[in-house]
Design a protein around this ligand. Structure first.
Ligand code: HEM
Ligand code: HEM
Length: 534
């Protein structure tokens, strides 16, 4: 044992003399991380990416990204004798002839779906808790870049096997590129190396899918998680937690063991799903042929909102100077998502401007204490969900025997009506929850036990809450609307930026006007000294 220890110590010294790692390791090994289930979402995303790297590397050993025509003569009987690309034939080989190939395709595809789902839910965790506030705005932007790259990477992966479904997706991508005014057709020629579909696109996308984008994602994840360590993780409000400390467990041994174990849990769950639930059975779709399309074809879930946006758009086209401006494609597939992503990316900066808050925040908000932010988040999710459901309007029409036109019109109206309604309902719900919190602090928890007093009156027994809970419920800071700037100085001249100041004060009033004043320690004290009665 001691020989082993000596050897380990010797190896450690050898490496330290050459790499100088001891200082870095010593500094970080005891770093404390707070604990909460919602912090596992970032981890799930990270681990599914590692699984994508591992399973993707396996697939590269057998996948042939070539558009060379071949006549299929493999193990899958129904397609024997069909003409197809080498890419499609090799994806069939992976599925039917390579040992463990099919489950690897399933693992890769399921990990991709979970990677993006994990990322989206994680992004909303950071949004609803205000984790994007100073100093983490840049990390939020790195996150948005990761999300965009993830969507692109998933779409390209889906397109690689050159089956009928992947070709249908590429056909839509072609339409989207062509709708870009003036330069669309040049960009298309540049990407596709000529007319659609051509023979260059799949090999080009392959290099981007296995090398360029994963490399970028890896680098961004390193920076993203590096920044989490540098800023230290945020924590939920609770007794003993302040803006200046972090309450939790040290990296070693607790977090290393937890995270390591959790990686295998995520890996195990993905393998379990991949073994039980088949996904993307490309042999059923057949090889891509530009003249065909399967009924009910659907993209992977994360592309569904773009599909829905396209399906909802009225058929508007403008002719000008002999050119056609395809607003019916340009608006739903580039303008609408462009606006949605820009607002999403810039939100931390917009909120900081509205609140005028320049302080650092390491304690998270409870979503109910920020009714407008929470409402805006739910509004965003509602718009996204409507587009997403609209992407399956044909499936809904067939399943429920409805008219596809009626569904489309319903969704068009819903896209404008439901999001503001969702905002309003969420804001009211948040204010209701704030009321309940205040009530809990002042009168304790309702027990549901009714008691009759000697003089006949019925009361409900309230149980006092613990001091820890009271701390949690009263520790949020109260934000007030920004004051209106002075409209003119002594000489009647409006100061610079007065208009922006006015706008800011208006928006900030809208942000913070409706609120429930939380119980103050003075209220609690008063209540205690009066024996619990008002
Ligand atoms: C490949 C994708 C991503 C990976 C692997 C990743 C990983 C992580 C991990 C492991 C953490 C620390 C644990 C946690 O709070 O969950 C974290 C924190 C964070 N992430 Fe991500 N993330 C990704 C994408 C995103 C996206 C899309 C956003 C937002 C648009 C985002 C914003 C943040 C922020 C603001 C924090 C700091 C949270 C805090 O300290 O409370 N991340 N990320
Ligand atoms: C964020 C990372 C990634 C995502 C979201 C992703 C997504 C996908 C998807 C959805 C497919 C279609 C799978 C199917 O046929 O059912 C695919 C195919 C493929 N991916 Fe990835 N992938 C990622 C990273 C990688 C990496 C790092 C590699 C290689 C090192 C790789 C190699 C491949 C190969 C060779 C195929 C074609 C094989 C096939 O379709 O059967 N991928 N990818």
């Amino acid at each position: 044992m001691s020989m082993l220890g000596d050897a380990a110590g010797g190896a450690g010294r050898y490496l330290d003399d050459r790499l100088g790692l001891a200082k870095v390791v010593r500094k970080n090994i005891r770093k404390v991380f707070p604990d909460h289930w919602s912090f596992m979402l970032g981890e799930i995303t990270l681990y599914s990416f590692i699984i994508l790297l591992l399973s993707g590397t396996f697939l590269t050993l057998f996948f042939d990204p070539s558009m060379t025509e071949t006549v299929y003569n493999g193990a899958y009987g129904p397609l024997r004798g069909e003409e197809m690309s080498r890419a499609y034939a090799s994806a069939l080989e992976i599925s039917f002839e390579v040992r463990g190939g099919l489950i690897m395709r399933h693992i890769h595809h399921w990990a991709a779906l979970i990677f993006i789902a994990g990322m989206v839910v994680h992004a909303f965790r950071t949004f609803f808790t205000g984790a994007f506030r100073k100093p983490r705005e840049i990390n939020w932007l790195l996150g948005v870049a990761l999300l965009v790259l993830g969507l692109l990477e998933g779409f390209m992966g889906y397109s690689l096997p050159d089956d009928l479904l992947s070709g249908t997706g590429l056909r839509i991508a072609e339409g989207v590129i062509l709708s870009i005014p003036l330069v669309g057709s040049y960009i298309l020629m540049f990407f596709f190396g000529g007319e659609f579909p051509g023979v260059d696109l799949i090999p080009r996308m392959y290099m981007v899918h296995i090398l360029l984008v994963p490399g970028l994602i890896l680098a961004l994840i390193a920076a993203h998680v590096g920044l989490v360590t540098y800023h230290k993780h945020t924590q939920y409000p609770g007794a003993g937690r302040t803006e200046k400390n972090v309450v939790g467990y040290p990296l070693l041994p607790v977090y290393a063991a937890k995270a390591g174990g959790f990686f295998f849990v995520v890996f195990g769950v993905i393998c379990g799903i991949a073994a039980l639930v088949p996904i993307n059975p490309i042999w059923q779709y057949g090889p891509y042929d530009p003249s065909e399309v399967t009924a009910g074809s659907q993209p992977d879930w994360y592309i569904g909102f773009l599909e829905g946006s396209l399906r909802l758009m009225p058929n508007w086209e403008i002719e000008f100077w002999g050119n056609t401006l395809s607003l019916n494609v340009l608006i739903p597939s580039l303008v609408v998502p462009g606006i949605m992503f820009t607002i999403f990316a810039l939100y931390p900066f917009i909120e900081a401007w509205v609140t005028g808050d320049k302080r650092e925040h390491h304690i998270l908000d409870r979503p109910r204490n920020q009714p407008v932010r929470t409402g805006l988040g739910v509004m965003f999710i509602t718009s996204y969900t409507i587009l997403w459901i609209a992407g399956g309007n044909d499936i809904i029409a067939i399943t429920f025997g409805l008219s596809i036109n009626a569904i489309t019109w319903f969704m068009r109206i819903a896209f404008f009506v439901l999001p503001p309604l969702a905002f309003w309902v969420t804001k009211r719900a948040c204010l209701g929850l704030q009321h309940r919190d205040k009530d809990k602090v002042l009168h304790g928890r309702e027990t549901g036990i009714l008691m009759q007093l000697p003089h006949g009156e019925f009361i409900e027994v309230h149980e006092p809450i613990t001091p820890e809970e009271r701390w949690r419920l009263t520790s949020q800071e109260i934000q007030r609307p920004a004051a209106l700037p002075a409209s003119a100085d002594g000489n009647g001249v409006a100061p610079r930026g007065a208009l922006a100041g006015k706008l800011r004060s208006k928006v900030s009033r809208w942000y913070f006007e409706d609120r429930v004043e939380p119980a103050t320690p003075a209220d609690v004290h008063e209540l205690e000294s009066s024996g619990g009665h008002h």
